[in-house]
Ligand binder design. Structure first.
Ligand SMILES: [Zn+2]
Ligand SMILES: [Zn+2]
Ligand SMILES: [Zn+2]
Length: 232
């Protein structure tokens, strides 16, 4: 190992063992990986320069660099994402869905008061909820742009399921389909590396996504959504 390598958090020289995070080039010393606070978004040890959000989350420079803080910007990306899903995967909604950019305690409150999705213990980045006649996607503010887009695509898929296969009780199929829509959106954006990571990185919905990938191989991309409207 080159002797001029330095810890990405404290800048100290990496003399012995070093530590890395999955899919990230940064290397950290033992002290930083064990004691430093972690970025609320990506989990990397926070360096001396980091950003504190008003709801208490602390974010690393890399996440901050592309983070969506402004409601108008969030709205524009939300609309772009939905347009792409309608154009490419024909996921038009009849009733439609509202969009809200919220902070972490608000999102947690909505999650706790409503459905069981996503389950407790997940780092909740966004959620779709229908209460009475109000259908809305709630997204956490301050997410990096690509994370924001894939989460919007995932939650929009749940909104679509609510209209097109509302009685579908197979939880794994629902989540697998939402992940598959996010995966397709990344490919549509040309983010092939990020799409590939969804298939290789450890994630609670990995197995569900693999089931949908098998379905895609069997039916073809354009036949997956029609299939979803027929299963029970
Ligand atoms: Zn260090
Ligand atoms: Zn981060
Ligand atoms: Zn989901």
């Amino acid at each position: 190992m080159a002797t001029n390598e330095r810890c990405a958090a404290c800048g100290g020289p990496l003399l012995g063992n070093y530590y890395t995070l999955i899919d990230r080039p940064e290397r950290y010393c033992h002290g930083c990986i064990t004691t430093r606070l972690r970025c609320a978004t990506c989990g990397s040890p926070l360096g001396d320069q980091h950003w504190k959000l008003h709801d208490g989350r602390q974010q690393c420079g890399l996440c901050h660099a592309t983070a969506i803080y402004e409601p108008q910007v969030a709205r524009a990306i939300f609309d772009e994402t939905v347009s792409a899903l309608v154009a490419y995967l024909e996921m038009r909604l009849n009733v439609g869905v509202a969009f809200r950019l919220v902070d972490a305690p608000t999102l947690e409150g909505i999650r706790a008061a409503g459905s069981s999705h996503p389950p407790r213990g997940f780092n909740t980045l966004g959620l779709y909820q229908r209460r009475g006649h109000i259908r809305a996607i709630y997204m956490l503010y301050g997410l990096p742009r690509l994370t924001f887009r894939t989460t919007v695509a995932h939650e929009y898929a749940h909104a679509w399921q609510g209209e097109r296969c509302p009685l579908l009780s197979d939880h794994e199929l629902r989540e697998g389909h939402a992940e598959w829509v996010a995966y397709q959106h990344l490919r549509w954006l040309g983010c092939h590396k990020a799409a590939e990571r969804m298939l290789t990185a450890p994630h609670p919905y990995r197995k569900a996504l693999e089931r949908l990938m098998a379905l895609e191989r069997q039916l073809g991309v354009q036949a997956v959504n029609p299939y979803m409207t027929r299963v029970e």
